[in-house]
Write a protein that binds this ligand. Structure first.
Ligand code: NAP
Length: 341
């Protein structure tokens, strides 16, 4: 099965962002990821979302090159997004990371390169390995050192340099709030083309969508399905609870349209003009998630989904809590919780 995926304009030079792509966070099993990528590409996915932090750029680049060599696809037909790790935001480190990421993917350019987070931090791997409440209390050790002095505007200048050279076709931001995006826009030579944020029926980001639209930026949703797999990442963390796939309205509409809850949630967002990147390494779910272009949710039912009252931010990213550039003003950092992506 292949389906032509609709796309929206992004940046300059006639580039287009597909409205659906394959997310790859927590896709660490090489065999599973290779198989999922092939199922996805054969089914018509033309956008792959990755990040240096996901540890899978090498496999993704390798599978894509297999498709290019066999003539199944050309480089121009695929849109690859990757992200700069928060541990490489110091300008020299950013430059090195961009070069390394391009080499790992074995690409001359990436289509969209994103600052993963506004907060520069160093990850203390040794502390992470021994991570327990007692160890942290006893030693006072920090898993993450906040680099408050690193301003994302300086990192942005590095992205602009590589955008001008053509190695980053478009550049964007992730997990930035509207004020931070506005600050980048006000100081940038090249404005961000896309903002990637948590976005689903319980965290619909209406104001941010309006703001991005005014700035001429595309919006990409992560955790469109509620990211049920997040619980396997740092399982001892106190993740906020919410499962949009089990929402009463979503289940009701899934019966009405004879589609799965996941398909309703994804279709709802693309009808809002938002690009979605659901992650799956399960071949049948990879196929299911792109099978959303043969039906339309009516205006009345779209409104029902927009009217859902529950609100929950599933990714509070508390490891950056207290950082000079921590973006989420709505999160009460005095409350328990420690999740991140
Ligand atoms: P998601 O796409 O909402 O959910 C993925 C989870 O849902 C996986 O556990 C997957 O399991 C399951 N799933 C997928 N399709 C399904 C279906 N049709 N029915 C039932 N379950 C289904 O969440 P996400 O992975 O957190 O976010 C999507 C992508 O956004 C990521 O993979 C990553 O590329 C990106 N992301 C970016 C950031 C950022 O900071 N910029 C943060 C988080 C995520 P199976 O694999 O077993 O199907």
């Amino acid at each position: 099965m292949t389906s032509a995926v609709p796309s929206i304009p992004i940046g300059k030079e006639g580039a287009r962002l597909p409205l659906i792509g394959l997310g790859t966070w927590l896709s660490l099993d090489e065999g599973e990821l290779r198989a999922a990528l092939k199922v996805a590409l054969d089914a018509g996915y033309r956008l792959i979302d990755t990040a240096a932090l996901y540890g899978n750029e090498l496999v993704i680049g390798d599978v894509l090159h297999e498709y290019f060599k066999s003539g199944k696809l050309t480089r121009e037909e695929v849109f690859v997004t990757t992200k700069l790790p928060y541990s490489c935001m110091e300008p020299k480190a950013a430059e090195e990371s961009i070069k390394k990421q391009l080499a790992t993917l074995c690409f001359d350019y990436v289509d969209l390169f994103i600052l993963h987070h506004p907060c520069a931090m160093q990850h203390n791997e040794q502390v992470s390995k021994r991570r327990s409440v007692y160890y942290l209390q006893l030693t006072g050790a920090a898993e993450f050192t906040h680099q408050n002095e690193i301003d994302y505007l300086d990192t942005w200048k590095v992205l602009e340099k590589y955008c001008k050279s053509g190695q980053l076709k478009a550049i964007g931001l992730s997990n930035f709030n509207a004020k931070q995006v506005a600050r980048v826009c006000a100081n940038a030579e090249i404005k961000p083309s896309d903002l990637q944020v948590e976005l689903h029926i319980y965290w619909p980001q209406h104001e941010l969508q309006q703001f991005c639209s005014k700035q001429g930026m595309t919006l990409t949703s992560f955790a469109s399905l509620g990211s049920p797999g997040r619980l396997t990442f740092r399982p001892d963390d106190d993740w906020p609870v919410g499962n949009p796939m089990e929402d009463t309205i979503v289940v009701e509409l899934s019966k009405k349209y004879n589609k799965t809850p996941a398909q309703i949630l994804l279709r709802h967002l693309i009808q809002r003009g938002i690009s979605v990147i659901p992650k799956s390494t399960n071949p049948s779910r990879v196929l299911q998630n792109i099978d959303i272009f043969n039906f339309e949710i009516s205006a009345e039912d779209q409104q029902k989904l927009l009217d859902v009252k529950s609100r929950v931010r599933l990714f509070e990213m508390r490891v950056c809590g207290g950082h000079a550039h921590y973006p989420f003003e709505d999160v009460d950092l005095t409350k328990k919780g420690d999740s991140e992506d």
